[in-house]
Ligand binder design. Sequence first.
Ligand SMILES: Cc1cc2nc3c(=O)[nH]c(=O)nc-3n(C[C@H](O)[C@H](O)[C@H](O)COP(=O)(O)O)c2cc1C
Length: 480
Amino acid sequence: MNSVAPSLTSLWSLREDCGYRPVPGGPGAGVVSTPWEEIRLDPGTPAVARALERMTYGPVSLDNVLPGFTEGGGTAGDRAPYDALDAALGRLQHVVVRTLALAEGVHHLTVVPIARRARFRPGRPAADAVHRLSRFVTLRASAGGWVAESPLTAHRVVLHTPQAGWLVSCYARPTTVREAARLLGMPVAEAALTVGYLEAAGVLLPGKPLADGAGAPSFTEDEDEALAHWSPRELLVHQRSRPGSHDEPVGPAGRPGTGAGRPGPAGAAITLPVPPRGGADEGEPALSEVLAARRSERPDDGKPLSLDQLGELLHRSAAERPAGGRPYPSLGSRYPLELYLTVTGSGGLERGVYHYDPYGHLLFPLDPAPELVDDLLAEAAANAGLSQEPPVLITMTARFHRVAGSYAGTAYSALLKEVGALQQTLYLVATAMGLGPCALAFGDTETAAHAFGLDWRTEPGVGEFVVSASPGPAVEAVRR
Ligand SMILES: Cc1cc2nc3c(=O)[nH]c(=O)nc-3n(C[C@H](O)[C@H](O)[C@H](O)COP(=O)(O)O)c2cc1C
């Protein structure tokens, strides 16, 4: 590693999706267009217009517009343009990108605001100041270098140089600016400048000073009750699947998805019986009765479903209607969910795995190794707390591309909501039929992929449900 770190320069730019145009009204009057709104700047000083125009071209030193601006320069006599530029940049904080560059102009790191609430006020921590990486920060590769981001920050940091990445890696554990500078062979002042940027961007957390100066430093984030139950992955998925606090696309994408399907079936299709139209006239319970009776049933002596029962359950819950649509809702009518049935055998079907075709109301037998069928049923039994195999396990998989191609950012969270909608539909139909239903929390990724002949990256398992033909007294109990 190079032991001599060159000095750093502060550069300023506007986000790439921002523009600036001067408007009539006097020197400095202009409009900055941002992804969120247009900001009108009142006339004042031409320096503001000069600075903003340059900032639309990419990172520039504002010291070239107003000498000494970065370090708060300007003598008492000519403070006005400095104050005016300061005020304008203050109003634009959520779209002002800050870059630290090495002396030869190479970009070292860049801090990009990603939310309207972004405020960036870098300081210069003392040599003995202790910091640590936030546990919510993730690093990923990009064309510009490492990208550090977190669901808790309003900035994205691009670590362009290896040195910037090395500095961040020093902070996997609490350390001081002095120690990080020593490890990297960097002047303390430069480490402090970089750490100040990373702290202001929320990537590094300042340690709370200890009253007596002894013991391990503590960090506010670790004591925040609101964060105690979130894993970094879950919080990031949650935050990025909804708009408002970041700049990634969420919503319609209009990119038709493509993706591989499952290999062909192993045997001839089994036509499932279509149930009669049903209704109160045929003695079916009312919706209010079904809703009142619905509960999770985990009978240890669950019986297999007959083909008629399976046909009715699947037709009323998941079959495509002749005019289109299904009993459960789907974002953009993309219907990414597929159903795979694993059955113990008897009751009309041989032991094995079947793929449901909601268009033809058909079951296609698959041909997994028998031990995979055993594994699927054993896992489901364990998850439901059963001492024997559940007669029917319904695994929901998602053809991710169907929804991801059309909805950016939110596809995964949307399909999980769809799992919930289908689970409740299965619960209600099963309850009305007097069957014993129970949702499960999860299934094993690899077992399902092997058993169904899938690549879990294109069609992962996303929901599990078990059902048995007994006990069935739930609705009757409510009626009595
Ligand atoms: C998403 C989800 C996952 C579930 N996972 C399981 C599970 O793994 N094992 C189980 O026995 N029950 C599971 N259940 C059923 C719940 O335990 C049950 O709904 C809850 O205890 C309330 O009881 P009720 O359904 O009878 O009203 C799950 C329910 C849902 C909605």
